[in-house]
Design a protein around this ligand. Structure first.
Ligand code: PHB
Length: 373
C-alpha cells in the first residue's frame, strides 16, 4: 500500500498541532520514575524519544499532587524536580521530531495510606472500597489490597480542581504540547462519573448532572490554563477495572460528551475495550455512537486494535485517530512498522511495571533488528 493511500499516514490537525500520522501512543504506566521524589529521568527521556515517530505521544499517567498518587514509582508533576525531569523528556521528544501531551492523574480511592502524605486515608466521592483492586506500595510489597477510602467533604472539592489546574500549569512549564485529563479506568474523575462509585448527596453526586460536575470543573480549569484546542480527555465508559460500574453508560457518557463538546476541547480518547476488563462486551458500538453523537471534536479510539482494524475503523468514520498501548511498549518504531507492514516485536508482560532498561528502552527498532539478525 502506498503512503498516500494509507489512511494511517494521512496527516491530521488537532488544534494548532499537525500530526504526521494517526498512529498514537497511549498513556502507559511503566513505574520507572527516580526515587526519592517520583522524578522523570534520562532513561524515561530515552524511552519516549525512541517513540517520537508516533503521531502523538500521550505520556504515562502522572499524579497532579501527592494525594493523587496510587502506585510506587509513578511520576508526578507537582514538584520543581519533576518539572525539570519532564523537561528532559519533552526536549528529547521534540529533538527527535515528536509531539507529546501529559496525562494529568488523580487516583482517588486507588491508593493506600503507605503512599499518601502522613499515611492519610485515600479519598473518593464515597466511602466505597473497590473490591478486588490492588496496588503496590514499594518494590518489596508485591500487590496489596486497597482499603476503604474516605468520602471527600464538599469543601475539599475545589482543592481537587486546583490540583489539576496546578498540574496543567506545571505541564506548560515542562514544555508539553498539550494535556490529557485522565477520566478513565477507575481513578478519581471516573469514580465521580459512574453511579457505582458515586453515592454522594451533595451537588457532586446523585443525579447525572451532579456526577458530571467535578469532571467538568476540572476540564474547565485545565482549559483555562492551556486553551481548549490543547486539551483532551480519556474515558472508559464500560471498563470494569478497579471495580467500576455505571448503570447507564450510554446516558452518562452521551451527556458528558455533549458537555465536553460545548466546552470545545480538542479530543476525547475512548477506551473501547479495556485489556483490564469490561462490564459490557468490549467495544460496544452503541456507547461509541452515543459519544460521537454528542462530541464533534476529534475522536481517538483505544482498544487493542491491529493496524488493519485501525485503518478500517478510521475509513468507516468510527474514529479519527487510534492509540496503541502494548504494541508501543515492544515496538518503539510502531508507526514505521505499520507503514512498511513489517513484523512486530512481542511484548514481555513481566517488565511492564517497574525495573530498569530491560523491557523498556531495549526493544529494537527495525534497522537494529535487521543489523543483528
Ligand atoms: C496501572 O498502573 O495499572 C494503571 C494506571 C493507569 C491506568 C490504567 C492502569 O489508566
Amino acid at each position: 500500500m502506498s503512503d498516500s493511500k494509507d489512511i494511517l499516514f494521512q496527516s491530521y490537525d488537532i488544534g494548532s498541532l499537525t500530526l504526521p500520522n494517526r498512529v498514537l501512543m497511549s498513556p502507559l504506566t511503566r513505574s520507572r520514575a527516580s526515587q526519592p521524589g517520583d522524578v522523570p529521568n534520562d532513561m524515561n527521556a530515552r524511552y519516549y524519544a525512541q517513540r517520537a515517530g508516533a503521531g502523538l505521544i500521550i505520556s504515562e499517567a502522572t499524579q497532579v499532587s501527592p494525594q493523587g498518587k496510587g502506585y510506587a514509582f509513578t511520576p508526578g508533576i507537582h514538584s520543581s524536580d519533576q518539572i525539570q525531569g519532564w523537561r528532559k523528556v519533552t526536549d528529547a521528544v521534540h529533538k527527535a521530531g515528536g509531539r507529546i501531551h501529559l496525562q494529568l492523574w488523580h487516583v482517588g480511592r486507588i491508593s493506600h495510606p503507605d503512599l499518601q502524605p502522613d499515611g492519610a486515608q485515600p479519598v473518593a466521592p464515597s466511602a466505597i472500597k473497590p473490591e478486588g483492586a490492588k496496588t503496590f506500595v514499594s518494590a518489596e510489597s508485591g500487590m496489596v489490597e486497597i482499603p476503604q477510602p474516605r468520602a471527600l467533604r464538599t469543601e475539599e472539592i475545589q482543592d481537587i480542581v486546583d490540583q489539576f489546574r496546578k498540574g496543567a500549569q506545571n505541564a506548560k512549564e515542562a514544555g508539553f504540547d498539550g494535556v490529557e485529563v485522565h477520566g478513565a479506568n477507575g481513578y478519581l474523575l471516573d469514580q465521580f462519573l459512574k453511579s457505582g462509585s458515586n453515592k454522594r448527596t451533595d451537588e457532586f453526586g446523585g443525579s447525572l448532572e451532579n456526577r458530571l460536575r467535578l469532571p467538568l470543573m476540572v476540564v474547565q480549569a485545565v482549559v483555562d490554563v492551556w486553551g481548549k484546542d490543547k486539551v483532551g480527555i480519556r474515558v472508559s465508559p464500560t471498563g470494569s477495572f478497579n471495580d467500576m460500574y455505571d448503570e447507564n453508560p450510554l446516558e452518562t457518557f452521551g451527556e458528558f460528551a455533549k458537555q465536553l463538546n460545548d466546552m470545545g476541547i480538542a479530543y476525547i480518547e475512548v477506551v473501547e475495550d479495556s485489556f483490564q476488563g469490561n462490564h459490557a462486551d468490549g467495544r460496544p458500538e452503541e456507547v461509541i455512537d452515543a459519544i460521537k453523537a454528542g462530541f464533534k471534536g476529534t475522536y481517538i479510539a483505544n482498544g487493542d486494535y491491529s493496524a488493519d482494524e485501525a485503518r478500517k475503523r478510521i475509513s468507516a468514520g468510527r474514529c479519527d485517530l487510534v492509540t496503541f498501548g502494548r504494541l508501543y511498549i515492544s515496538n518503539p518504531d510502531l508507526a514505521e512498522r505499520f507503514r512498511q507492514n513489517a513484523p512486530l516485536n512481542d511484548w514481555d508482560g513481566d517488565t511492564f511495571y517497574g525495573g530498569d532498561e530491560r523491557g523498556y528502552t531495549d526493544y529494537p527498532a527495525l534497522e537494529e533488528a535487521e543489523a543483528t539478525s
